[in-house]
Design a protein. Structure first.
Length: 585
């Protein structure tokens, strides 16, 4: 049959994409026609404002967040569900942190083994055994609140408690209470600092992440000022870690010095960069990723002096040598706080070499950059403002949650020109000459977390003065540990005293007797393993005489803790030697 439907397109715009008043003819079945007539009758009789409600009633309501279940009424209770889960998880997190606080007196003693099952730092398990213990799997049907809490409990029980005073293993430790709050806020907002500008009305209207974008720009500008960048466009961007910040700087340097590479690639030009032999491996990895090659090809490793600092005279010779080989030097990385010895490269002298040859100067201050907050330590990073770019990681010395890394500069427009690409569906800025608010246009990413909030909230809570006190305290404790090691007959200090940064490096030499490379390495590793049973985690690094200890102090480390560590080292050393003698016997 044929059914004539007049005005259907006009009255039911949600069914058809376009509106029409013309007569439409459709060939349909009798049953379909009856259904349509009934629907039209309902629509004719219903008030116009209720049409959407009636149609919506035919659609399944959204899930309420509980195991993905649908409820009869289209109502949400996500706030209540969140409140319940937060209250429940809080009952697990607070005891986790409190255990670390309660264990501080034990760390100060440093003597006696921690009873099995009570080690709040970490319980040692081989990966295979941990797999069996966790029995971690992803279910077909949700396990709800109980399943979530059980998994959280398992994670806490089988993870390293970085809040513990004994965690002195890495260049980061636990965050602080403010850091936990900042992560909660970021997860709640769940937005990205990416594209925000509406220049049609000559205003900066933030339509995706308004507040976080302003927080990032303000925090980066303040941090840049602390580091010595004073230009009218000084500022920075956050990146997902120091390695990403370093790589971004390398891309910006290449695209700025040789703009054609942005379009055409590296081409026949043999670009080469220079970095200290003690620099972080991320520099070499970034060069390899960019197609420049690793050490020996696109990366030149510059010698360091006895304190671990790059030698500027050697840098200059190597730049000249690379030019004679037909290579194109373009980038120098100076490190402010090396990974092992904590050395600070002489930035001013390195800058002079860079200016002589027109090279981009980057400073990797991931670790040592925060010394700029301390009037006592600031001199170590003199010349930082001369750099073209600088990496700093507040998640290390300043205790922000991982990751929190900034790439800073004296002129953000340089970052914009180097990284911007046409993407009209995202970026709507009219001119790079204005202040850049499309932050993703400055980076290698698009959407990014608002990691700047982690530093911003800590800065608000503690203040710059508070940061200075924390840093001065940490350097004081590191100096105390270095002196104790230097004065003890069973240890030989590798670091300077006072140490340049917060690492203290040393060999175990019982009674002042030195051993061979293999013996040093074996003893160091054995003692580090044994230290965990006494509540301490420390690291080691390779040296000319085998592996040596590397202990990292942080802003929350107590003086009593390092005293306890020395006691624990003496005990574990005796235990390792006793085992050696027993094996020989």
């Amino acid at each position: 049959m044929q059914l004539h439907l007049k005005g259907c397109l006009r009255d039911c715009p949600n069914i058809y994409a376009r509106e029409s008043t013309s007569e439409q003819i459709f060939s349909i079945s009798k049953a379909s026609a009856i259904r349509i007539v009934n629907m039209l009758t309902m629509l004719e009789e219903a008030p116009r404002e209720s049409m959407a409600v009636q149609m919506a009633s035919k659609i399944a309501p959204p899930t309420n967040g509980v195991n993905g279940a649908h409820h009869k009424k289209a109502q949400l209770n996500r706030a209540g569900e969140l409140e319940e889960l937060l209250d429940s998880v809080k009952q697990l997190i607070i005891p986790f942190v409190r255990k670390a606080d309660d264990a501080a007196p034990c760390r100060a003693a440093g003597q006696g083994r921690v009873p099995p099952g009570t080690n709040v730092l970490v319980e040692k398990l081989e990966p295979e055994k941990l797999v069996k213990r966790l029995d971690f799997s992803l279910p077909e049907e949700g396990r709800g609140r109980d399943g979530l809490l059980a998994t959280v409990q398992e994670l806490l029980e089988n993870s390293v408690n970085t809040w513990d005073q004994g965690f002195m293993d890495k260049l980061y430790a636990s965050t602080n209470p403010v850091g936990v709050i900042s992560e909660l806020i970021l997860a709640t907002l769940n937005t990205a600092t990416d594209y925000v500008t509406n220049t049609a009305v000559q205003l900066h209207v933030c339509h995706v992440s308004p507040a976080l974008t302003i927080v990032e720009k303000t925090t980066a500008r303040a941090l840049a000022s602390i580091m010595g960048f004073t230009g009218p466009r000084a500022g920075g961007i956050t990146c997902p870690g120091g390695s990403a910040s370093n790589m971004t700087s390398l891309v910006i340097a290449r695209n700025t010095l040789y703009p054609e590479t942005k379009r055409d690639g590296n081409g026949p030009r043999r670009l080469v960069l220079f970095t200290s032999v003690h620099s972080h491996y991320s520099i070499e990895k970034a060069a390899s990723t960019m197609g420049l090659g690793a050490a020996g090809t696109g990366v030149v490793l510059v010698p360091a002096d006895a304190e671990g600092r790059m030698v500027p005279a050697a840098l200059r010779r190597m730049v000249l040598h690379a030019m004679q080989e037909g290579k194109t030097p373009f980038y120098v990385n100076a490190t402010a706080g090396t990974t092992v010895l904590g050395a600070f490269d002489p930035i001013c002298e390195i800058s002079a070499v860079c200016k002589e040859f027109g090279l981009w100067l980057h400073v990797d201050a991931s670790w040592g950059g925060p010394v700029a907050f301390s009037s006592q330590q600031r001199h170590k990073i003199d010349g930082a403002g001369l750099a073209d770019s600088l990496t700093i990681n507040p998640h290390k010395m300043l205790g922000a949650p991982l990751p929190c890394s900034f790439l800073l500069t004296n002129d953000l427009s340089v970052f914009h020109r180097a990284n911007t690409l046409p993407a009209g569906y995202l970026f709507h800025s009219e001119s790079a000459e204005r202040d850049v608010w499309d932050l993703a246009d400055l980076t290698l990413q698009c959407g990014r977390r608002g990691d700047a909030l982690k530093l911003a909230l800590s800065w608000i809570y503690y203040g710059a003065d508070g940061f200075e006190k924390q840093i001065n305290h940490a350097f004081s404790v590191a100096g105390l540990l270095a002196t104790m090691i230097q004065d003890h007959p069973d240890f030989e200090l590798v670091s300077m005293n006072p140490p340049p940064c917060l690492q203290v490096c040393f060999y175990y030499t019982p009674g002042g007797v030195q051993t061979g490379i293999d013996e040093n390495t074996r003893r160091t590793r054995a003692m580090i393993t044994a230290l965990v049973d006494r509540g301490f985690m420390v690291d080691y690094a390779p040296g000319n005489r085998g592996s040596f200890f590397r202990v990292v102090v942080n802003c929350q480390t107590l003086a009593e803790t390092v005293k306890g560590l020395v006691n624990a080292l003496v005990e574990t050393g005796k235990g390792v030697i006793d085992e050696e003698l027993g094996t020989i016997a």
